[in-house]
Structures are given as C-alpha cells and as structure tokens.
Design a protein around this ligand. Sequence first.
Ligand code: HEM
Ligand code: HEM
Length: 133
Amino acid sequence: MEPVIVWYLRMSVIYFVAGVAVGLGMLLWPSEAGYYLPVHVHLNLLGFMSMMIYGVGYHILPKFSGRHIYSPQIVKVQFWLANAGLIGMAISWPFHVRGDIPIVYTALILSSVISCIAIFLFAINIVKTVKSI
Ligand code: HEM
Ligand code: HEM
C-alpha cells in the first residue's frame, strides 16, 4: 500500500477517536454541546468517514478499473489540503459559534474553502481514474 494511502487511513482513525471523544464530551458537558456539535459532526463525517473513503477509494478503485491512478500528485496535494482544511474548521468553528469575531469567521471560511478544494480534487482524480474510455 502506498505510504500516502496509509496516512489517509491513519488520519481517518485519528479523526474517529477525536470525533467520538468530542461527542462524549458533549454528553458530559451539555451546556457546551452546542459549540462543539459542528466539530463533532465534521470530525466524524468529513474526517473519519471521508478520509477513510479517500484512502480506500484510492487503493481499490484503480485496481477495480484496471487503471493507474490519474494523478498520484493530486493524491498527495489533496491529503494536505483535506487535513489542513478540516483541522482549521475544527479549531475555528467553536470560537465562531461563541461570538461573531471577524478573524475567526475568516479562518473558518478559508479552511472550509480548502476542504472544498480537497473534495473537488478527489472528485476529478477518481472520475478521471475510472473513466471507461
Ligand atoms: C461514542 C460515540 C458518539 C457519541 C457519544 C456521540 C454524541 C453525540 C451527541 C451528544 C450529539 C448531539 C445530539 C443532540 O443533542 O442533538 C451527536 C450528534 C451527532 N452525531 Fe454523534 N456521537 C458519537 C458518534 C458519532 C459518529 C461515529 C458519527 C458519524 C460517523 C456521529 C454523527 C453525529 C451527527 C451527524 C450528529 C448531528 C445529528 C443532528 O444533526 O442532529 N456521531 N452525537
Ligand atoms: C467543505 C466541507 C464542508 C463544509 C464547509 C460544511 C459546512 C457545514 C455548515 C456551515 C453546517 C451548518 C452548521 C450549523 O448548524 O451552523 C454543516 C452542517 C452539517 N454538515 Fe457539513 N460541511 C462540509 C462537509 C460535510 C460532509 C462531507 C458531511 C457528511 C459526509 C457533512 C455533514 C453535515 C451534517 C450532518 C450537518 C448537520 C449538523 C448539525 O446537526 O448541526 N458536512 N456543514
């Protein structure tokens, strides 16, 4: 397995542990839960689930379609963007919910855009890899 794919899987389980820990914290400190709900949801769904799908998808889909991955470079760039974007979102989101601070909002928007770019890169790379012609 390519080292970068192993890293997608590693980061996925790290986000899983972090995501459920935040969920547990929300149960233990209900008055704080509202601030951390978006962090919990996105660590689990954009971190654990999506990162797992990126890693497994990049490993399996080229084999299923009998092709090489369209761009191994995109696989690496996307890894850094997906992690930077998600970590930025997870850090800035609770501060943003607590108070409308312009610099925090800018950080949240920037990290969200970075996360979206990572998703678009994944979409392009997978579609170009499995195309039938
Ligand atoms: C030990 C594991 C977990 C705990 C203790 C936990 C805890 C919580 C809590 C306290 C809430 C807020 C519920 C509310 O008051 O509205 C919540 C919401 C949510 N959790 Fe978890 N969670 C866990 C695992 C997961 C996992 C693994 C996922 C996804 C893969 C997940 C996805 C969600 C989503 C999407 C919501 C928002 C639901 C909505 O929109 O109302 N959770 N969780
Ligand atoms: C670039 C990536 C993403 C961005 C910028 C984003 C942004 C948002 C925003 C702004 C909200 C509303 C939060 C609020 O209530 O104030 C939200 C909620 C939610 N998102 Fe995302 N999202 C992203 C990716 C995803 C993905 C990939 C999933 C699932 C696979 C997901 C699942 C959810 C769910 C379940 C909620 C509802 C949580 C709740 O009950 O408050 N998001 N997202």
